[in-house]
Design a protein around this ligand. Structure first.
Ligand code: FES
Ligand SMILES: [Fe+2]
Length: 346
């Protein structure tokens, strides 16, 4: 079941410029557009005249103009112009979704607009701090449920198998990583410590490690789709006192999984370089390396989805390292219980 009463990333802010963008969010066809004042809006992607997708239209001075017979809609979904007539019927409007532009992203609320409180949007100010956190961002469409991607990020023991050539390292280092987990009202936080481990190839390229390293990863999952990550590394022994802030290598990753349908999603992610701030090539290299690793995740998750769609999930077994993933799933189930039932919604 998809949770509707939540903020989701609908797009990177820079994806929506002078042309409308079609994107299915939680099974609903949505059109995103930016009006001539620069404000972004989200409407249902269906014209109230003859049902053409509004995303096939164009942005004009007055709003979004349908590409079929030219009805124009403002950001609130009201029809503001009909070619050849001055009277605009009361019913000539389309559904508008709450949309907020923040931290370089467009956040949409697919559920009840009355519950759309912008203070619930996950803050990520690092996207605005280009001096201390130069970053790059993109989106991967995934043919797999959003929750399978969240599972992937909540169980990092896959790093040593899926990402052996990039961000992985020795598989047992990941399985045996010391985990500190803390539950939060909206999800969980965990820190993984991997002292005295072998530096993975990406880390060697980024920071030139020659010997073994101490490695730390901090993750925060915020339901239903955000995962904020901090990763750091330094020479082995450097973390003996638990201090990681001055690490030789440190970077931030933002992950957000927005459901497209029940079995597909959009993976919005960014990488922020916190170690060679004045070197744009470091920012680009980090982005490329992490992007290649996420391609590996996409391959696994899409294949997993195909198999689960075919054979179901009943025979699956949980193991010890699933603990964080299971807690994440419970948080989602709790949230789902606050959703109106389909019957009540009708
Ligand atoms: S279908 Fe949109 S104007 Fe006719
Ligand atoms: Fe991965």
């Amino acid at each position: 079941m998809l949770i509707r009463n939540a903020w989701y990333v609908a797009a990177w802010a820079d994806e929506v410029a002078d042309r409308p963008l079609a994107r299915r969010i939680c099974n609903e066809p949505v059109v995103l557009f930016r009006d001539r004042e620069g404000h972004a809006h989200a409407l249902i992607d269906m014209c109230c005249h003859r049902g053409a997708p509004l995303s096939l239209g164009a942005v004009t001075e007055r709003g979004l103009q349908c590409g079929y017979h030219g009805l124009t809609f403002d950001g609130a979904g009201a029809c503001v112009a009909i070619p050849g007539q001055s009277h605009i019927p009361e019913r000539a409007r389309v559904r508008a979704f709450p949309l907020v532009e923040r931290d370089a992203m467009l956040w949409i609320w697919p559920g009840d607009p009355a519950r759309a409180d912008p203070s619930l949007i996950v803050p990520y100010p690092y996207h605005n701090d280009t001096a201390r956190w130069p970053h790059r961002h993109t989106m991967y469409p995934i043919k797999g449920a959003a929750m399978l991607m969240v599972d992937n990020l909540m169980d990092l023991t896959h790093l040593g198998y899926v990402h052996v050539g990039s961000i992985g390292g020795n598989p047992m280092t990941h399985v045996e990583a010391r985990m500190e987990t803390e539950r939060t009202p909206t999800g969980l936080r965990f820190t993984r410590w991997m002292p005295n481990s072998l530096p993975p190839p990406t880390y060697v390229k980024a920071a030139g490690f020659t010997g073994r390293i101490d490695r730390c990863q901090r993750f925060e999952f915020i339901a239903p789709g955000a995962i904020l990550q901090w990763s750091s590394a330094d020479e082995a022994g450097a973390y003996a006192n638990g201090q990681v802030d001055d690490s030789r290598l440190k970077f931030r990753l933002f992950h957000f999984l927005t459901p497209e349908t029940d079995t597909s999603c959009f993976y919005f992610w960014s990488t922020a370089n916190g170690y060679r701030l004045d070197d744009p090539s470091a920012t680009t290299q980090l982005f490329a390396e992490i992007g290649a690793a996420f391609e590996e995740d996409r391959t696994v998750v899409e294949a997993q989805q195909a198999r689960m769609s075919e054979l179901g999930e009943d025979a699956l077994v949980d193991i010890t390292t699933d603990a964080a993933r299971i807690h994440m799933r419970r948080t989602i189930e709790r949230l789902a219980q606050t959703e109106p039932t389909p019957l009540a919604a009708e």
